[in-house]
Every structure is written in C-alpha cells, then in structure tokens.
Design a protein around this ligand. Structure first.
Ligand SMILES: NC(=O)c1ccc[n+]([C@@H]2O[C@H](COP(=O)([O-])OP(=O)(O)OC[C@H]3O[C@@H](n4cnc5c(N)ncnc54)[C@H](O)[C@@H]3O)[C@@H](O)[C@H]2O)c1
Length: 337
C-alpha cells in the first residue's frame, strides 16, 4: 500500500515510532530522541496535533493508529523497533459525556496497535499513562503501589490500557513501560506550546491576557491555602523520562509503571502567584464551588523512577511558568498578526 507522508521518508534502520508525535508532549519526545541520535518516525492523524511541530528530518505519517493496514505498513517499512504511544483522547471532563468515544479510541485503538505490533514482531512499547488512574487517593502522596481507582472514563481507559499492556506483555513477550504523568506544563519552544483548552496554564493565560479573572474551583479543601494541590512537571523533563525509558527498553526486558512528577505539590493559588509575578499582569481570582470528583491534593512519589531509570525532574515551578508564559505570549502575538 502507499503511505501518505508530508515529507520524503529517509531510510530509517531500526526506528522508534512515536504515535501522537505531532502533539504537545509527543513533539518534545520526538526532539529528545533525535538529540540522542535515535531514528524516529511520527504517526499522527493531526486531530489535535500540528505537523509543524515535527522536525524536518523526521518522517511524519498522517493517519490513525487504529488503521490496521496503515500501522502494519509503517511498522514494516520503517523497520520499527519500538512504539511510544502518546495519542489519546485526554479530557477527563469530556469523557464523562462521551465515554464510548473514549473507550473506542483509547482502548480499542490501542488493542489494534498491539495486534499489529505482535504481528510484525515489534516487542517494545512505551505508554503515556496518567495520574488520573489514582482518582481521589486517601494519602495525597501516591506511589505506584497506591490502589488505582479512576473517577472518570478517561482515567478508566488509561488504567485499562495498562492492564492490556501487562496481559499482552505476558502472553506475547512484549517489553513495556507505562509512564503515569502528573500535570505536564511548559514548552521548549513556542512552536511546541500546549494549546489545549483543558489544562490550567493555557486556560489562565488566555483569561488574564484578555483582562478576565482566573476561576478557581474549590477554595475550601483541607490543603495549605484551601485550593487544590497538584504536581506540575516540565514537558522537557517528561521528554527526558521517555529517553530514559527507551534506553531501559533497549537494554532489558521490562514490565513497569512509573510516576512522572517532581514530588512537590503546588496549590492553584501558588501557581497564580507565579503567573502574576512572571507575566506582570494583575491576576484576579474568582472562587467557584468544588467540581465533583476533583482530588483535593495529589502528588507523585518519584522514588521508583529515580532508582530504576535514574530520572529526576530538573525544573521548578518558576521555570515551568516562565517557559509556558514565554511560549504562550509568542504564540498569542503570532496569532494576532
Ligand atoms: N498533558 C498532560 O498534562 C497529560 C497528563 C497525563 C497524561 N497525558 C497523556 O499524554 C498523551 C499526550 O498528551 P498531549 O497533552 O501531548 O496531547 P495532544 O492532544 O497534544 O497530543 C495527542 C496527539 O495524538 C494525536 N492523535 C489523537 N488521536 C489519534 C489517532 N487516532 N491516530 C493518530 N494520532 C492521533 C493528536 O493529533 C495529537 O497530535 C495523551 O495520551 C494524554 O492522555 C497528558
């Protein structure tokens, strides 16, 4: 079959396939692997991604990972040695209204991808999982052994993907790692900025730049200042965690889940303070009632990933807000032209 590509494919002996490589996190991962000298191919249907985020020397295959014929051809023609799967529907709120859509794309789609990998003899898999698998934990500091209890269909699909991987790993000899990201923020480059409408940083930037107040849902939690506490992690650190996981998958057989966070929690008000001081804008706050199902506080214990993958986040909150604000302001200025 003919594979449609935006660029002429190079000969790529033994490449990693980054599914969702034109997305916010995926494009950082693509660049990070290229820095290490790895051959990379991106597969993306551009539903939320942007082809411009993929570097010129990386073949971009446009299409869905649920398209058996396409995936089979890509795995073989590019001699793929491992798959990094980042493509998913990712809004917990939206998933409550459209659960079947989330199960179809996140779970059924990944099953098709695994089928084709097993068929093509590709045995390494790295999954984007999420802190949402923990739901509302009784102890806010979660380890990988904390019981999983997702509260949204989105979180359920991420957990089922982990289970599917674990079972297929055993049955089909796959070597795999699932990275449970916490709140990913920042950008290495304005071109790679997070433009999602679901994440706190872009939402607040949009509001304050328009002179509107930032809304804070829940100000009466038992936390340091009453607002929700989360573990924010810079996307460049997240990309480094992928590079460490890829190295492990190339070196040894693996069947592991890791938290990817900083181990430090910041409240919404602390984030707004940082945005206020870095942007120089007055950030007014409007308090709204709690949203059902929001955890008061959730922070990653990152001992396991430090011990086994020698990975530790390097950026603090100020650096994260600074990079995100710089990227967002340049994007905003460019879109106003
Ligand atoms: N952003 C976060 O804070 C966060 C936190 C935890 C987990 N995650 C997970 O990380 C992954 C990446 O998130 P992101 O923030 O970069 O999102 P994103 O929307 O920017 O990236 C997803 C990419 O996948 C592509 N895609 C979607 N469906 C596809 C399909 N059927 N076939 C091919 N490509 C498809 C999109 O076009 C997009 O480029 C997701 O799996 C998400 O659930 C993100």
């Amino acid at each position: 079959m003919e594979i449609f590509e935006t660029r002429v494919a190079r000969e790529v002996p033994g490449a990693w396939l980054v599914v969702g490589g034109a997305g916010y996190i995926g494009s950082h991962v693509v660049r990070r692997l290229r820095q290490d000298g790895r051959a990379v191919v991106a597969l993306d249907d551009l539903s939320t991604g942007d082809a411009a985020r993929v570097p010129d020397d990386v073949p971009l295959v446009i299409g869905s990972f649920a398209d058996r014929v396409l995936v089979s051809a890509v795995l073989r023609e590019h001699r793929i040695v491992g798959v990094i799967h980042l493509a998913a529907r990712k809004s917990a709120t939206e998933s409550v209204s459209y659960p079947r859509r989330y199960y179809r794309d996140n779970v059924e789609g990944m099953r098709v991808l695994l089928d084709e990998m097993v068929d093509a003899g590709v045995t390494r898999f790295l999954l984007s999982s999420s802190a949402s698998v923990y739901g509302v934990p009784s102890d806010p500091m979660v380890t990988e052994a904390t019981p999983t209890a997702p509260i949204s269909p989105y979180g359920e699909t991420k957990l089922i993907c982990e289970w599917l991987l674990r079972s297929a790993g055993r049955a089909n000899g796959l070597s795999w790692v699932a990275l449970r990201y916490f709140n990913v923020v920042g950008a290495d480059d304005p071109l790679l900025a997070d433009t999602s409408h679901d994440n706190l940083f872009p939402l607040v930037f949009q509001e304050v730049a328009a002179g509107r107040p930032a809304t804070v849902t829940g100000v009466d939690y038992q936390t340091k200042d009453g607002t929700g506490v989360r573990d924010y992690v810079h996307v460049a650190d997240v990309a480094d965690a992928h590079a460490a996981a890829v190295e492990r998958l190339e070196r040894q057989q693996s069947a592991d889940v890791y938290n990817v966070g900083t181990g430090v929690g910041y409240s919404v008000l602390e984030v707004l303070d940082a945005i206020r001081s870095i942007s120089g804008l007055p950030v007014e706050v409007v308090a709204l009632p709690r949203r059902p199902g929001d955890a008061p506080e959730i922070v990653a214990n990152v001992d396991k990933i430090a011990r086994e993958l020698a990975w530790k986040a390097g950026y603090d909150l100020e650096a994260m807000v600074r990079s995100a604000w710089r990227a967002w302001s340049r994007l905003d200025a460019a879109s106003a032209l």
